[in-house]
Design a protein around this ligand. Structure first.
Ligand SMILES: [Zn+2]
Length: 313
């Protein structure tokens, strides 16, 4: 389901043309206002979680460089470079320009177990995400053509990395300073509970780990360098524990977003194990990234806002 549009406030959005992340106001309009600016089909799909008829829209891959923006609010969503022929009758992409711009949500409507994809800025329903896409991500973002507007333009996609290494305040402060890291946010992932709160995660019932989601420019920093930083800032040998923080929510984990990240994560874990740096076995979990739930606003950049050093108090 699309987020209710009365959910106002600022949200981080990646401008793929300018190559920067900005905190922008959510786009909030009443149904009457949306009806005024959208065609009936656009309204039905994006504001009422509709689905256009297969093969009714633009599935072919444009020859020119460009990207698809949200038809409701203009947010950059998908680059032409990630579009592929799926044969399903709906435009298909293997990843968005940034995971910031597309919100994923469990969708149990019509008796099906699906993951809905919405515009992160205006809540427009775009389509669904399935696990039968091509390499490198294996994902298929199955998107309604009427939810998209094609723009001929140059753009720069970001990559996403997700790690858990104990208390997320300190982890964010460490990664924030890495060159090539464009944006970070802390949150919860790896478990099963929807929309978890900090208290629920700390109580240990959600299965989620305190995590960081990193947006990085792969032309400046490599995933391998991010992995080095990850290993350096925590102890990967203590099961469900970092220093004084105990519980599965403080576990060490790498949540990979594509096959290349998975390969690099496993190889670096093995290399570190063989290096003899640690007496004990490395217990870091390596698992596929799922839905990331951003933490409450007061946890974001917690130490930076208070001028504290990058260790949890
Ligand atoms: Zn939008």
């Amino acid at each position: 389901m699309a987020k209710p549009t009365e959910n106002s406030g600022k949200v981080p959005i990646y401008d793929a043309r300018a190559g920067k992340v900005e905190m922008v106001d959510r786009v909030v309009k009443s149904d009457a206002e949306w009806k005024k600016i959208l065609t009936p089909e656009q309204y039905e799909v994006t504001r009422r979680q509709g689905t256009e008829k297969a093969f009714s829209g633009q599935c072919e891959i444009p020859e020119e460089e460009g990207l698809y923006e949200c038809v409701d609010c203009g947010t950059d969503l998908f680059g032409v470079g990630t579009k592929f022929e799926s044969g399903t009758g709906w435009p298909s992409f293997y990843e968005p320009v940034s995971s910031l711009n597309v919100t994923l949500e469990e969708d149990k409507s019509f008796g099906m177990d699906r993951v809905a994809a919405d515009c992160a800025r205006c809540g427009a329903h775009l389509g669904h995400v399935f696990d039968d896409g091509p390499p490198p991500t294996g994902k298929r973002y199955c998107i309604n053509s009427v939810a998209l507007k094609f723009v001929k333009t140059g753009y720069k996609p970001l990559k996403t990395a997700t790690f858990a290494a104990g208390c997320f305040w300190g982890v964010q402060e460490q990664f924030r300073m890495v060159k090539g890291v464009v944006f970070t946010r802390v949150g919860y992932t790896g478990g099963h509970a929807k929309n978890p709160t900090y208290e629920q995660v700390c109580a240990g019932k959600t299965g989620h780990a305190e995590s960081i989601e990193i947006q990085y420019d792969p032309s400046v920093v490599t995933y391998g360098e991010l992995l080095d930083e990850f290993w350096n800032i925590h102890d990967p040998t203590t099961m469900n524990r970092q220093g004084p923080d105990v519980g599965s929510n403080y576990r060490s984990a790498i949540f990979y977003h594509d096959t290349e990240q998975r390969k690099l994560a496993l190889a670096s874990k093995e290399k570190l194990e063989k290096s003899g740096k640690y007496k004990n076995k490395i217990v870091t979990q390596v698992a596929a990234a799922g839905i990331f739930w951003p933490a409450e606003e007061y946890h974001q950049f917690y130490l930076m806002k208070r001028g504290l050093p990058p260790q949890c108090p």
